[in-house]
Design a protein around this ligand. Sequence first.
Ligand code: ATP
Ligand code: MG
Length: 236
Amino acid sequence: MAFSSSPIVTVKNASVFQEQNTVLNDISFTIDKGEFVYLIGRTGSGKSSLLKTIYADLPLRMGHMEVAGYSIENIKRKDIPFLRRKLGIVFQDFQLFYDRTVAENLFFVMKATGWTDKGKMKNRLADVLMKVGLGSVGNKMPHQLSGGEQQRIVIARALLNEPLILVADEPTGNLDPEVSDGIYRLFQEINNSGTSILMATHNHRMLKEHPGRVLKCEKGKVLDSRIDIFDYRTEY
Ligand SMILES: Nc1ncnc2c1ncn2[C@@H]1O[C@H](COP(=O)(O)OP(=O)(O)OP(=O)(O)O)[C@@H](O)[C@H]1O
Ligand SMILES: [Mg+2]
């Protein structure tokens, strides 16, 4: 099978652990190229743990996961940076360096992921800042930007290596509704250009206004709105 037609994420009979505790047990789902998927569930239900396992921050001890062509259960430590180039990660707490400019933040990631050509790096920096609607902030310090703008920088950082999928953990968690809408629209634009999105969220309003495929962590399982019948508007 050609790589382009296989799913970007395949999870098969996988269990997700935090220390000795099973957080999710024997879960299976796939995410195809270009899909936009919400990940919901009550606090402590395992959303972040699942995402961490997908981006190889938590070891996969049981079952199978394949992400962007990498087998997560067999991945070697030295290959994790390569996986992370194919998979952009967006956190709720921005994890920017606050003593460096926006440009320096993004150059740091480019250097760490193998970029060396200064000209190409500058072009890519301009491209991704333009994409998130912040073409002119390269020389600013993160604290000179609003929360919504900082989140856009984090998204720009995640886009640097043209990932196949963006994995976002409550990207609008700390933002007010209007700013959240802007961030949602940005994810939508990125998705329209072919990048898959897997977004953990507690934002009921976003789901109601922009319905889509939903995975729900519940009682150690992952329900899939494609297969299972559940009401995503119920409390979570
Ligand atoms: N670093 C950790 N060490 C040990 N246990 C943890 C750790 N992080 C999370 N857990 C536990 O794993 C379970 C799942 O937590 P997780 O953070 O994945 O939930 P979540 O769905 O992301 O919740 P939230 O909506 O609050 O972000 C919880 O019982 C939590 O207490
Ligand atoms: Mg979480």
